[in-house]
Design a protein around this ligand. Structure first.
Ligand code: MSP
Length: 478
């Protein structure tokens, strides 16, 4: 039997600085989902990477006194190290400077041009380098970018346009037929309304600088950085053996870049005759002590700082327990530590250490695990399939509470009841497997002590008759 495939992507990040908690959030979410689908038996392809071209990077490189290539080369290891530190297991790290990507971008541009969807003209208007996006007069706030609040450059240059306006109807039809394409649901209507208002053709080339992919039909122009970047999701599947993964099951992104992904991206694909992704899921933004994460105000927390607070698993856990996945959340070191102490150390850590301690000293005896019947497995599966990660975690922790109460009520340290101990050890196995996508390091430690494999099917199988080792402290209280 051929395994079902699951193709998941993160945005490709601008390598103009080291990654921070916002970038980490999307990437961990993709890691959680890909781990989940892997243990569910799917053939997973998890893609992440960097968006190396464009004016923003060219300027940052200039400031650093380096060529854009040298500059980005120096930052890529920082991203890779950060993802390693966070225990993120991606399948490919793509850069828009990768040769295979550049080739595919040119191929698709040529195809789109041959089809008559690209024409030459002149762009006159506003451009925010921070967003790498075009704005009209009415979008601006006091002459500034509505997102960055900075002065915005006025452009007037020869450019090629993509006939975006032509795809208005096709897009609206597509959204209607595919109600889950724009997710979560509450973000859908705003996009539809804006598309209904009408679409302007999109300027897709620049001539005033050269850090980008040349248009194949006019080498004087380089491709607009967003178009170049969006194609990465497709170009990564043109590699030998990777074709089977297209179309994407889920593009995970932040809400700030939903317009690019839900309007430009499908329009580019329809024009090129390529089938469309299943879903673009936009999560919310993290604020920092209720303020927008911003370098200029010092409100930014990078990956090293994040992990230093309470370790990698506590960071991963906090990010997905604290906020509703899809909505904005506030980052607070204090709450991260509270959750580490109260939930990971007191609830999960104590359960595992008490039970494995007793199971090491006393024997366990196989029996029907009635305790496990209280685990809402079907619901958890459904929640994760709907990308409701925080709710899934809530249900897993509800079951941890049930197990802790069971220990309190049954007092196995007095009774030495071998069957009760079996039920508890077997339930911990289920908990560890379900938590593995979220906190893999901890789950793997538990699996080693009790002696089982992290596989979904193992949840329902009785634990092997191993010698159980008492647990080291999983979470030291802070
Ligand atoms: N290069 C583009 C994406 C191209 S994808 C074809 C880009 N890069 S970025 O470096 O600015 O990173 C954008 C992503 O980082 C956001 O979409 C979001 O996923 C994440 N975040 C950045 N700051 C964030 C927060 N404060 N909170 C949550 N996520 C945020 O845009």
């Amino acid at each position: 039997m051929v395994n079902k495939k699951f193709y998941i992507t993160t945005p490709i990040y601008y390598p103009n600085d080291i990654p921070h908690v916002g970038h980490a959030y999307t990437t961990i979410a993709a890691d959680i989902l890909s781990r989940w689908f892997r243990i569910r038996g799917y053939d997973v392809f998890f893609l992440t990477g960097t968006d190396d071209h464009g004016k923003k990077i060219a300027l940052a490189a200039e400031k650093a006194g380096k060529s854009p290539k040298k500059f980005t080369d120096s930052l890529i290891p920082k991203f890779k190290e950060a993802w390693k530190k966070l225990n993120i297991k991606y399948d490919r790290f793509i850069r828009t400077t990768d040769k295979d990507h550049e080739k595919i971008v040119q191929e698709i541009l040529q195809k789109t041009y041959d089809k008559g969807d690209i024409y030459k003209g002149e762009y006159e208007g506003y451009y925010c380098i921070g967003c790498e996006a075009y704005y009209t007069e009415k979008d601006l706030e006091n002459g500034c970018c509505p997102i960055h609040k900075t002065k915005i450059e006025k452009l007037k240059e020869e450019t090629y346009f993509f006939k975006l306006s032509k795809y208005q109807k096709a897009l609206l039809d597509f959204y209607k037929k595919n109600p889950d394409f724009i997710s979560p649901k509450n973000r859908r209507q705003e996009i539809i309304n804006r598309v209904k208002e009408g679409l302007n053709d999109l300027s897709i080339s620049r001539t005033s600088f050269n850090w980008g992919i040349p248009l194949p039909f006019d080498k004087k122009h380089i491709c607009y950085v967003w178009q170049d970047a969006l194609y990465n999701y497709y170009s990564a599947t043109r590699q030998k053996g990777k074709e089977k993964y297209w179309p994407t099951n889920i593009h995970l992104i932040g809400k700030d870049i939903l317009w690019f992904h839900s309007v430009y991206w499908p329009a580019f694909l329809i024009s090129a005759g390529i089938s469309l992704p299943n879903c673009v899921f936009a999560h919310g933004w993290w604020t920092f002590d209720k303020e927008k994460i911003s370098k200029s105000r010092g409100k930014v927390i990078n990956v090293d700082e994040l992990v230093a607070i309470a370790g990698v698993d506590s960071a991963r856990y906090f990010l997905f327990r604290e906020g509703v996945f899809g909505e904005d959340s506030d980052f607070s070191e204090k709450i991260l530590i509270e959750r580490h102490n109260n939930e990971l150390a007191n609830k999960l850590g104590n359960l595992v250490s008490r039970v494995t301690n007793l199971a090491e000293k006393n024997q366990i005896q196989k029996t029907t695990n009635n305790l496990l019947k209280k685990l809402k497995l079907k619901q958890i599966e459904k929640l994760i399939k709907n990308y409701e990660l925080d709710k899934a975690l809530n249900l897993i922790f509800e079951f941890i509470d049930i197990c802790n109460e069971y220990v309190q009520n049954k007092k196995p340290w007095e009774t030495k009841d071998k069957k009760v101990l079996y039920e508890l050890v077997d339930s911990i196995k289920a908990i560890a497997i379900l938590l593995w996508p979220f906190i893999p390091e901890t789950s793997e430690k538990i699996a080693k002590q009790i002696g089982f494999k992290i596989k979904f099917d193992e949840i329902k199988k009785p634990i092997p008759a191993n010698k159980i080792k008492k647990s080291e402290i999983l979470f030291k209280k802070i």
